[in-house]
Design a binder for this molecule. Structure first.
Ligand code: FE
Ligand code: FE
Ligand code: FE
Length: 188
């Protein structure tokens, strides 16, 4: 059996991330439905669309490798989405619902950031410049989403607040550019 190379590891990880990204689209759509705060609903809806583009970018990276786009079960993402289901059952009807949803979504974003960061580094080491560019584009979207979710969470009312937190969440719109959607508007 031929010795395995970094390029093989790259291909295997790409399959893992391809599966994970498709799962994340489903999780985001579900989160958009479950979210109560309009800003959060919109953030999830937008990132679901962005993620569909990210899946397409991964297909392009498979093409660069000369491989067909095929996923393989990512146990980490399965675990994260299973935790999300459980949290939705436990907290979906409570005042903590949006906070808990954000927590689940950020766990997913952090996994994605770890994986895309890795793939980007490996693409560079393998001299796959176009793949590196595509992976970096996605990596930046994941980082922006993570930041946006933190900002929304900070703007959400806590049990100790008396009035609304509307001002803070309005700031979020300015903090994160819309250009990542490539001008396409959410169908909502
Ligand atoms: Fe993603
Ligand atoms: Fe994985
Ligand atoms: Fe994401």
């Amino acid at each position: 059996m031929a010795e395995k190379t970094l390029k093989d590891a790259f291909h295997e990880t790409l399959k893992d991330v391809y599966y994970a990204e498709k799962q994340s689209v489903k999780a985001l759509k579900k989160s958009a439905k479950a979210a109560k705060t309009p800003d959060l609903k919109e953030a999830f809806t937008r990132h679901a669309e962005e993620s569909a583009m990210q899946v397409e970018r991964l297909v392009q990276v498979f093409e660069i490798l000369g491989k067909s786009a095929r996923g393989k079960t990512c146990e980490a993402m399965q675990g994260l989405t299973a935790e999300m289901e459980e949290d939705l059952e436990d907290f979906g009807d409570t005042e903590a619902a949006d906070d808990v949803l954000i927590g689940c979504a950020q766990a997913i974003e952090h996994y994605e950031i770890a994986r895309y960061g890795l793939l980007k580094t490996w693409a560079r080491k393998l001299g796959l410049a176009e793949a590196e560019r595509l992976l970096d584009e996605t990596l930046e979207e994941e980082k922006r989403t993570d930041l946006l979710l933190t900002q929304i969470a900070e703007g959400l009312d806590g049990p100790g607040d008396d009035e609304d937190g509307g001002e803070e969440t309005a700031e979020v719109e300015k903090a994160v550019p819309r250009r990542a959607l490539g001008g396409k508007k959410a169908k909502a």
